[in-house]
Design a protein around this ligand. Sequence first.
Ligand code: GLU
Length: 300
Amino acid sequence: MTRSFSNQTFRFAPSSNGFLHLGHAYSALLNFDMARATGGRMLLRIEDIDLDRCRPEFEQAIYEDLDWLGISWEVPVRRQSQHFDVYAAALDRLRADKLIYPCFCSRGEIMASVAGKPDWPRDPDGSPLYPGLCKHLSEAERKRRLASGRPAAQRIDMAAALKAVGYPVGWREARGAGADGCDMTANPALWGDAVLARKDIQTSYHIAVVLDDALQGVSDVVRGEDLFMATHLHRLLQALLDLPAPSYHHHGLLRDASGQKLSKSLRAKSLRALRQEGLSPGTARNMLGSESIALSRIAL
Ligand code: GLU
């Protein structure tokens, strides 16, 4: 059964810092199949804020690989590197609301300050929660350091942000809960005073992703479960910036024979390498079984 009308908008948002592998193909096909099944829109976004690691040849390869898989998307494609001003404006707003502060610490300084404290809490990625070294700098000291040109990241003041929102935020999650999904309550404090603007690029994945999803009218964020915990923070940012809450579907990850998730950094075989070895798009789709999974996981 296919819906003829839908306000649903899906997106696949790869980073152009390497070649796509089968895990990306799975996520892209899931989004594409859901968009088709619901009569919704399918968008592609290139997440290329990391100017050192992202390259035009990887971006070109994304287009070719998705096309080879039979996926189509609306143009123009949004490329995050063209919208640093949008992310900066949102950070300015958070700064004006006193919800972010500059942090001059190096990773080494943070590690040193929690060394010998084995019980120090860690964020969902396993990094120690920020111990607050720069949080309590005087305004004069902050100004002095900034004026001297010391590079600064921008961290959210989690306590102030939670207070500013003042109500519990949550989201609709389709993950592992059949077609009906379930309601999640966000616990952004798990991330502590997270970095919202990196020293090198003055923005972050978290800021860019929530702004772009809102600006592109994404109603359904379908992405890997490795980003499930990030959603706790994303929902807080959406509330702070008055952005709408999409529904989320965090899908399972493809794993290799040893149980490791496929990843660019672990050198999972790229789609183009598999293609050169003779894999056909039809076989890839059958291997991933995406259509049946997609259709069984959404309410049609
Ligand atoms: N760009 C992210 C990645 O390639 C995905 C972001 C998202 O879907 O929210 O892992």
